[in-house]
Every structure is written in C-alpha cells, then in structure tokens.
Ligand binder design. Sequence first.
Ligand code: SF4
Length: 197
Amino acid sequence: MRFHLLHCPVLALGPGRRVGLWVQGCSIRCEGCMSRETWPPGGGESIATDRLACIIEGFFESGRADGLTVSGGEPFDQPEALMRLLRSLNVAGVRDILVFSGYKMENIALRHPGVSGLVAAIIDGPFELGGETEACWKGSANQAMTLFRPELSEIYGAWAEAKKGALQVLARGREKFIAGIPRQGDADRIRESIARP
Ligand code: SF4
C-alpha cells in the first residue's frame, strides 16, 4: 500500500484515541480539498500490508489506541491493499475501524461488498466547497456516516453529535499535517499558518 502518513495517537479524527492512516493517491480531486499533497498516486511511501498491519496492531497491543481511522487520499483507490489490511486487522481483533471515502456509499457497497463486515463505520461522499457544516466528523454537509457495528453505536453517536473544535497538528521533520476537519472558511488560513517555518 502507498501511504502518506501513519500516526498514533490521533485525537481529532474519530472517537477516542486512534491510529491515523492517511493513504496516498486520490483520483477524485474535489475542489477545495485540504489534503492535496495526498493526491499523487506515486507519492508517499510504499509498505507491505502485512507489515503495516503489524505496526498498527502494535499500537493496539500497547494500549495506545482504541480505534483506527483510514483517510487520505482515497482509500478505495487501492482496493486490494485496503481490503487485505482490513482483513488482517479483523483477524487480529481490531473492531473499531473508521474509513473516510470520497466515493458514495452505494458505489462502495457495489464494488466492495465485503467491506461492511470489516469496518465499524464509513463516512462517504466527495468534499463539496460551499457546503459548510458544524459537524466535527465531515468537511461538507453532503457527507454521511454509515455505522456497521451496532455495539459501537453509543461512542459513534456521541462523536456524531460533536461540533467542530480542536484540530491536531502533526509534525514529521519540517513537514506539518492537520488531523481533524476544520470549517471550510478556516481551511486556507490553517493551511497557510502550518506551512510557515
Ligand atoms: S476524496 Fe478526500 S482526499 Fe480526495 S480530493 Fe476529495 S476530499 Fe480530497
């Protein structure tokens, strides 16, 4: 799998303390996307999915994470690698996996029918500039959350009610990344401020 960033803990992209995996490559290319550095499919780093699953499992085994959030980039642009990773993590007992996708849920379900048994929730739909929303879990009002694990409905229900708030700045060397979803009106200012040396 090609990925842009792997970090733990991530506190602003899903309920609780999470592993954050930002995959590399997005063919959807929404106007106003905050993650344009993840678009080129050849960017980022390449890692075998077995190795990636092992690293992620390590975060859970050491008690540092309650869940995994897969974002990007577009996770379903690497469908074989994504499904392999999800299967491995399920075998290892990881139950709380949240996936963000710019594809619509009906297309995801049609193309990848097995995914609903492997994830806790999917947040779907392209980012739409102009569709401002206060919800902490989405970038534009058109996006929707589908929950697949009823036993997690309480924690996801509480998170879905939360308004936009704190973001997390992650650093890798001199590069900085934002974890979390800002208001559309704040996005450019935040990108500019983290780009400053
Ligand atoms: S699908 Fe996500 S990563 Fe891709 S362009 Fe849209 S917002 Fe950006």
